[in-house]
Design a protein around this ligand. Structure first.
Ligand code: 6PG
Length: 482
């Protein structure tokens, strides 16, 4: 019997995905560039399974059922192109290559088109959930050549995480790089969620002087509310973890955040498309600021700006923080979906936003109960421009607003940096303001550069220029956009 799928790359994600496929009755052929790793795997974690090894790419291809499905679980970038170049001459028309890495979606756009010319169907699949997800049920976001989907679907939907109702957290996202695009936004949202949780922890620890045991139980309690999510759950675990000296390990970890780039890509994409993705972008900058550790240490000694304690009833502040976290999270997801909508429209991907929420409902790093409500919101109204306008989310935002304002105002008063909670509030303040001061901005642009403006008493699209000083000319600048 030939293999159902070949997997190249036996690092942690590759190995666990293979074991997961094997558990679901698929015959997997495993290959790694350093072939010794194949034997190591077959004699180790894969021992006693149906998994078989390949000694070369030719040997891998020879062992696969037609149309062949080869999944790359290798480092994103050049390595993917190298494997594609080596595989293509060995494959037949109609065979499928899948890239399961964290690839930047324009690369997937390019590969789908280039391989289609050669008769090969290419799929870019976002895979989320880390080691455990890969082993027992990740969220999988496949996109690319739609002709590949019927062949890949039974495997992917079998190994993916399932919702409470048994739905697979994997569906066809769309053509070209749509799958990797959605995975990129997932990661951006992951950055935002992590930063928001970290801000709540910072407020509790530095502002309220709450102990680690108490914080652990607060996050455990929060996990039983609308905040029920994987990241809140692991935060409680992290706060409860003690090192060999019996002290919270988290306090011994250097406060300089790393990043591999997916959050940055999300921010860049938002800037390129003019979508106000403020929270995710701020969460990327928060990581950048954290990495300036030496400069911060020096500046703290130079400035009289130490964080002041927060007065008042602790339990009230903790509940206010819960509300601020929840409301900010709604804004973050709302902004993320604005970006997804923009990409869908611009690329003609016809993305189903409810399905995207369903794919994130289980298995992935941002999995949460809340995504079930997001799915409902988009199912009720697929054209929802801003998630905060859905009645369920609008009610929460309105309910949380007073406490959220209190927390953000207090953070400014006591000198606690809360870039994401405050940026979320600023966004909502702007989004719900019919008249912003951009009239002044337009006047300034016209004053110094004759950039013209539209008028409130004239139809949109008619542009006016004023000779503000009497010295400038009446010639207006061309209307072009960069
Ligand atoms: C996932 C994660 C994963 C990501 C890590 C690290 O969905 O399983 O998003 O793909 O690589 O979380 O990301 P950073 O190093 O950028 O924090």
């Amino acid at each position: 019997m030939k293999g159902d799928i070949g997997v190249i790359g036996l690092a942690v994600m590759g190995q666990n995905l293979i074991l997961n496929m094997n558990d679901h009755g698929f015959k997997v052929v495993a290959y790694n560039r350093t072939v010794a790793k194949v034997d190591e795997f077959l004699n180790g974690a894969a021992k006693g399974s149906n998994i078989v090894g390949a000694t070369s790419l030719q040997n891998l291809v020879d062992q696969l059922e037609s149309p062949r499905k080869v999944m790359l679980m290798v480092r994103a970038g050049e390595v993917v192109d190298q494997f594609i170049d080596s595989l293509v001459p060995l494959l037949d028309e109609g065979d499928i290559i899948i890239d399961g890495g964290n690839t930047n979606y324009p690369d997937t756009n390019r590969r789908v088109a280039a391989l289609r010319e050669k008769g090969i169907r290419f799929v870019g699949a976002g895979v989320s959930g880390g080691e455990e997800g890969a082993r027992f049920g990740p969220s999988i976001m496949p996109g690319g050549d739609p002709e590949a989907w019927p062949h890949v679907k039974p495997i992917f939907q079998a190994i993916a995480a399932k919702t409470d109702k048994g739905e697979a957290c994997c569906d066809w996202v769309g053509s070209e790089g749509a799958g990797h695009f959605v995975k990129m936004v997932h990661n951006g949202i992951e950055y935002g969620d992590m930063q928001l949780i970290s801000e709540a922890y910072h407020f509790m620890k530095e502002g309220l002087g709450i102990s680690h045991d108490e914080m652990q139980s607060i996050f455990t309690d929060w996990n039983k509310t609308e905040l029920d999510s994987y990241l809140v759950e692991i935060t409680a675990d992290i706060l409860g973890y003690r090192d060999q000296e019996g002290e919270p390990l988290v306090e011994k970890i250097l406060d300089a955040a790393g990043q591999k780039g997916t959050g940055k890509w999300t921010g860049i994409n938002a800037l390129e498309h003019g979508i106000p993705l403020t929270l995710i972008t701020d969460s990327v900058f928060a990581r950048c600021l954290s990495s300036l550790k030496e400069q911060r240490v020096e500046a703290e000694a130079l400035f009289d700006n130490a964080i002041q304690p927060v007065d008042g009833e602790k339990s009230e502040w903790v509940d206010a923080l819960r509300q601020a976290l929840l409301a900010s999270k709604i804004i973050s997801y709302a902004q993320g979906f604005m970006l997804i909508r923009q990409a869908s429209e611009e690329n003609d991907w016809s993305l189903n936003y409810g399905n995207v929420a369903l794919m994130w409902r289980g298995g992935c790093i941002i999995r949460s109960a809340f995504l079930g409500n997001i799915r409902d919101a988009f199912e009720t109204n697929p054209d929802l421009a801003f998630l905060g306008l859905d009645p369920y989310f609008k009610a929460i935002l309105e309910q949380c607003l007073p406490a959220w304002r209190k927390v953000v105002a207090k953070s400014f008063e006591v000198g606690l940096p809360m870039p994401c909670m405050s940026s979320a509030l600023t966004f909502l303040n702007g989004y719900t303001t019919a008249r912003l001061p951009a009239n002044m901005l337009q006047a300034q642009r016209d004053y110094f550069g004759a950039h013209t403006y539209e008028r409130t008493d004239k139809p949109r699209g008619e542009f006016f220029h004023t000779n503000w000083t009497g010295k400038g000319g009446d010639i207006s600048s061309t209307t072009y956009d960069v």
